[in-house]
Design a protein around this ligand. Structure first.
Ligand code: AMP
Ligand code: ZN
Length: 490
């Protein structure tokens, strides 16, 4: 058994609860992944970095975690209300590419972005197009249970029927009548019976590219269905944690729950629902449609017009961890600059701790500090509080290094172990060996000076050896009247 006090905020109960997995030592976690029709932006990154910390901390506590994060490569329409075109089909038409070329391009882009932020890959990354059969089967089951109907080749989930015996809005606590009143009234042209009904399977128009045969004709699955079908397939009819951005709770997740209950009759298919808050720009949600999104490379090289300069991926990860995942986080130059300084201080302390001199007593209580860090992470993954205790650790390290405080050998080892585990393994931060062009330049000029001295001594075998070796590495040396110059061979 794992002994700890992990508590997490459950959107479903609106309470912070003790974490008790369904099976001791095992955790099943599903997080809605990206829709791969365009480059993932930093808002998307925030959500996935938050769950990366959840994944890492659960593993650190000793759980065997099966983390499933899907790739949405079909079925996500332009509007969440089953209207408009499939986002991927639309992009494929605009770019005159196969939909799968779009999917491939942006899946690679997403993976590169996540790797640059040092996020661990999930245990399973299933795609919607790879699970069409499972989605058709689930639709059949929901129909057989009486919670869905077919109309003109499209299959709808019957929300009103479901809501008779189930709390359809359990996740958000909204009033069903208010929701009904706020939804567009049906016109004679609608195929669905109730205004809240949503599509499980959608009939494809003749021009639609991504379609599959089904008992109801050619079509494609609805967006909500893929997550129900894939979470059920890989994590079972009941599992521990389901996550995603807060914006997914009212529709996507609400419908996922309804589908799972209608299919399997389990009243609580998921024990804990976790939702991350939004990354904002000047207080507005960062989103592609609002045109205020930042792409990772624009941030790394500072090319975005709102930025003063570029910031490294670990600075950005650190910046994100300085806010709790359930709070909004606003993007600003000042906050990023502060994060850059804070991160550099932390990395410096991580290096200093190796060589700290030990004494006969400790001025600070390292054991308490360690407990404080764990208490913060156990309190709904409170990374900003954990970081504030980690900064107390850097203060201690600097003071001991300056000879103002002392630390025993045991405490130094405990502090080192704590920082290594928490900073590197749990928070997923790492030392960045930024290639510093000034330093390379200095190094090259030094080598050329040595070579020049060899030439002055008429030691041509040494000067030629240096030139040839540099060529092997990729530097071209040109000797001229004003001395030697180097350039990179491409
Ligand atoms: P999408 O690719 O649009 O389906 O979004 C992927 C994930 O990113 C979802 O969980 C969204 O809730 C999340 N997301 C989108 N915009 C933001 C944002 N500005 N801040 C945090 N998460 C976001
Ligand atoms: Zn989903």
């Amino acid at each position: 058994m794992i002994h700890h006090d992990l508590k997490l905020y459950n959107t479903l109960t609106r309470q912070t609860e003790k974490f008790v997995p369904l099976h001791p030592n095992l955790v099943g976690m599903y997080v809605c992944g990206p829709t791969v029709y365009s480059n993932a932006h930093l808002g998307n990154a925030r959500t996935f970095i938050s769950f990366d910390v959840v994944f890492r901390y659960l593993q650190h506590l000793g759980y065997k975690v099966r983390y499933v994060r899907n790739i949405t490569d079909a079925g996500h329409l332009e509007s969440d209300a089953d209207e408009g075109e499939d986002k991927i089909s639309r992009k494929a038409k605009i770019e005159q590419l196969e939909p799968m070329e779009i999917v491939q391009r942006y899946t690679i882009d997403f993976h590169q972005m996540m790797a640059s932020f040092n996020a661990l890959p999930p245990s399973i990354e299933p795609t919607a197009t790879g699970h069409i059969i499972e989605q058709i089967e689930m639709t059949k089951q929901i129909m057989a249970n009486g919670f869905a109907y077919e109309s003109n080749g499209t299959v709808y989930f019957d929300v009103e029927k479901f809501a008779k015996d189930n709390n359809y809005t359990a996740l958000t606590g909204r009033n069903l009548d208010d929701l009904l009143n706020g939804t567009r009234e049906l016109s004679g042209q609608d195929d669905k019976r109730g205004r809240l009904d949503f599509a499980l399977w959608i009939k494809a128009k003749p021009e639609h590219i991504m379609k599959w045969p089904s008992p109801w004709g050619e079509g494609f699955p609805g967006w909500h269905l893929e997550c129900s079908a894939m979470s059920r397939k890989y994590l079972g009819e009941q599992f521990d944690i389901h996550g995603g951005g807060m914006d997914l709770a009212p529709t996507h997740h609400t419908n996922e729950i309804a589908q799972n209950i209608a299919c399997t009759h389990h009243k609580t298919p998921v024990t804990y629902w976790m939702h991350t808050n939004m990354l904002t720009v000047n207080g507005q949600k960062m989103s592609k449609s609002l045109g205020n999104s930042f792409l990772p490379h624009e941030l790394f090289n500072g090319s975005h017009p709102l930025l003063d300069k570029g910031y490294s991926p670990m600075t950005v990860r650190f910046f994100m961890l300085q806010a709790h995942y359930r709070s909004t986080l606003d993007f600003s130059n000042e906050a990023l600059q502060a994060a850059e300084k804070g991160f550099a201080r932390l990395m410096n302390a991580m290096k200093l701790i190796e060589h700290l001199k030990v004494g006969v007593s400790s001025t600070s209580n390292v054991q308490v500090l360690r407990e404080n860090i764990y208490a913060a992470l156990d309190d709904d993954f409170n990374t900003p509080i954990a970081l504030s205790h980690i900064f107390e650790a850097t203060r201690i390290i600097n003071s001991v290094n300056d000879g103002k405080e002392s630390i025993t050998h045991e405490d130094k080892e405990l502090l080192k172990k704590t920082l290594y585990e928490i900073v590197y393994q749990v928070l997923g931060l790492k030392e960045e060996n930024a290639v510093n062009t000034d330093k390379i330049d200095g190094l090259m000029n030094m080598i050329l000076e040595v070579r020049n001295e060899a030439k002055t001594r008429k030691d041509f075998s040494t000067s030629d050896l240096i030139r040839d070796k540099l060529k092997e590495i990729g530097f071209d040396i040109k000797d001229g009247k004003e001395g030697s110059k180097y350039s990179l061979i491409n």
